[in-house]
Design a protein around this ligand. Sequence first.
Ligand code: X2X
Length: 337
Amino acid sequence: MTMTRRQLLATTGALALPLAAGKGFAQTAEFTLKFGSNLPAIHPLNVRATEMAANLKAESKGRIDLQVYPNNQLGNDTDMLSQMRSGALDFMTLSPLILGTLVPAAQINGVGFAFKDYNQVWAAMDGELGAHVRKQIAATGTIFAFDKIWDNGYRHVTNSVRPIAKPDDLKGLKLRTPPGPMWVSMFKALEASPTPLNFAEVYSALQTKVVDGQENPLAIISAAKLSEVQKYCSLTGHMWDGYWFMGNKKLFERLPADLQALMAKHVAASAALQRADIRKANDTLQTDLKAKGMAFNDAPADAFRDKLRSGGFYADWHKKFGDEAWGLLEKYTGKLS
Ligand code: X2X
């Protein structure tokens, strides 16, 4: 039994779902657009995306019908990214670290233990670092990201074997990570045994013990009911992760300028609301997850950061990203390598 949709909405502060988006507009939309997400429908990201779709329909007087497909309904992250690139999907939200398989520069916000707090996160992602990454995404020529990144949260390690309080506790742990190079690199450097899997496969991989654990923010651990298959939640906060709200360039440019501007306005406005929801959820869900039987422990970051530093992790990624991008990152985080 997990948090109900009503409880999660109450926890996250997300408004109740608006009335059916199509209410009051009889005619078929001029533009029917598809949005895909890998998260459960009750996660604040999809609650806000659904609310945004209703607002877009209302403000465009029915001209835009944004259809929201949560929970990997259109396929997993890898499938949806190729659909969006080919023009079979208008929009999706995607972690910058999975996007890293196509745009390596995008992974930079996921450097382990980089952002000390949300002040640093938003200064960077709404500032020069985010602008730098969006420029690299646009350079693909096929996809783009809207200005304001949505929030996933600080990621923590869960598993069914032991609490993770210090780096040695990760040794040999079979840890599912999303399919992104940064995750594999970091957990190898911490001597875990990372197994990249799309999120669609996580619950069953944990249930069948194909892997011992995974790592995600509390809002996802709750929405995906991972407390049913995981005992320990260790507050490593090893990475801040976000969701670029991305689109296919050609499809988006098909829209008249006024509707493009309307989309950009609403994606930014919904990002602000979703960020507040995630912050609230990730600050409050511990109590709920403990009530469901998860054992929580702290995991002070310094020992993990020191192990990464002494093992050359930061120096390696500095080289991969280059001086310009690394300089932009350290402008907000302070010296890492
Ligand atoms: O795949 C994950 O763990 C998730 C849901 O957090 C991402 O989208 C990166």
